[in-house]
Design a binder for this molecule. Structure first.
Ligand SMILES: Nc1ncnc2c1ncn2[C@@H]1O[C@H](COP(=O)(O)OP(=O)(O)O)[C@@H](O)[C@H]1O
Ligand SMILES: [Mg+2]
Length: 370
């Protein structure tokens, strides 16, 4: 199946999703609203996505026989997280379109490839060096000078596999602490805001972007997303333009989330990208004409994209671990929309759900308390 495949899939078609978490769940819910069915491929049965889908295939992501069976059962396939092997997507591509394709996946799942790709298309990133052992770390810290952050090249999420390097850090210990043998050392950016922009791109190459959002993290996990981001209009426009350039360069069909740092002098630095729905886009479920999940479904099925018009300001708060116990409070408040992911065990650091608080247009800019 060629990269430029433009086949369209209408309601009644089956969308195959690699990954069974909350992003798959909310995609499946949006797909169901439009009359599609979803088949989930995941290593464990009964997860958040399977609970709301027509079927599931239970196997490891590199099980080629299971992937072949899955491909028979679906019309078009996608993934809801980046750590799916590229070879698995290539196997699926022998039988069905996979959107986005292997290029976006390969770039997003390897920090070094990602940063090098961004640099190659003149997108500003934090200065970085590849680091494969403690002595390379020593040399790189010499170049960048502390503070800096050492990150694993693969499989990092929610700050896992990251070590902050301070001027007095023991670099041999820091390399071991990273817990992997390939890393990237990045200059620490003294940002004034973290921001993200989510874009949808259709099979015809047309793109739409949602309003850029302001993100706050707690313990490296996204805590709150505030929309609209309180930046000058020119910064928001620049963020959208960067996302468009990245999506075009990847030839992406689907969704692209771009995580950005905004510096004190209003420059933008791209932190990382994700070719899928993103936690910082959950506010779109209650504040936009078309939410990120519906845009995702429309894009991968080759259908026209919807309007990203935002009719409210919004504050999204993640319910992490025991924070999920706030669900009762949320149900009592009329301006709150509760979304729970159907996970049984509220382990520390686990994303259990989120709450969207809907505010009138302009309320975010006017409220210094937010
Ligand atoms: N170079 C950096 N300078 C300052 N803060 C950073 C830097 N890199 C990461 N961070 C902080 O750590 C968070 C998680 O890092 P990120 O690269 O996005 O990895 P993850 O894959 O875990 O989301 C970021 O959202 C940001 O708050
Ligand atoms: Mg991140």
């Amino acid at each position: 199946m060629a990269d430029h495949d433009t086949s369209k899939f209408g309601p009644g078609s089956v969308i195959g999703i690699l990954g069974g978490g909350q992003l798959g769940r909310m995609t499946a819910l949006a797909a169901a609203r439009l009359g599609y069915r979803c088949q989930i491929f995941a290593p464990e049965s009964g997860g958040p996505a399977s609970q709301v889908s027509a079927g599931e295939t239970i196997a490891q992501y590199d099980d080629l026989d299971a992937l072949a069976r899955f491909a028979e059962a679906v019309d078009v396939a996608t993934f809801e997280f980046e750590n799916v092997p590229v070879a698995s997507v290539e196997r699926l591509l022998q039988s069905v379109p996979v959107r986005p394709g292997p290029k976006a996946l390969a770039v997003a799942q390897d920090r070094l490839v990602e940063k090098s790709f961004l640099r190659s298309i003149d997108i500003p990133t934090a200065p970085f060096y590849e680091v494969n052992n403690a002595s390379e770390l020593q040399a790189s810290v010499g170049e960048l000078s502390a503070p800096a952050v050492l990150k694993t090249v693969r499989l990092g999420y929610d700050g896992k596999g990251q070590v902050l390097i301070q001027p007095d850090s023991n670099l041999s210990d820091a390399f071991l602490e990273m817990g992997a043998d390939r890393g990237v050392l990045e200059k620490w950016i003294d940002f004034r805001m973290e921001m993200s922009v989510i874009l949808a791109r259709g099979i015809d190459g047309k793109t739409v972007t949602f309003d850029p959002a302001e993100n706050r993290h707690k313990h490296h996990i996204l805590d709150t997303t505030i929309v609209p981001a309180r930046v000058p209009g020119s910064v928001a426009e620049e963020a959208r333009a960067l996302a468009e350039r990245i999506a075009d360069a990847l030839g992406l069909v689907g969704l692209l989330a771009v995580e950005l740092f905004v510096t004190h002098d209003d420059n933008i630095i791209v932190n990382e990208i994700a070719p899928r729905p993103h936690n910082s886009g959950h506010w779109t479920m209650n504040a936009c004409d078309t939410c990120q999940f519906e845009q995702f479904v429309r894009a991968i099925c080759g259908q026209p994209l919807g309007s990203t018009n935002r009719y409210a300001d919004a504050v999204m708060t993640n319910l992490v671990g025991e924070g999920v116990n706030d669900w009762k409070k949320a149900l009592r408040q009329p301006d709150l929309h509760l979304h729970l992911y159907g996970k049984d065990e509220a382990r520390a650091g686990r994303k259990m759900g989120h709450v969207n608080r809907i505010l009138s247009l302009g309320a975010v800019a006017d409220d210094s308390e937010i």
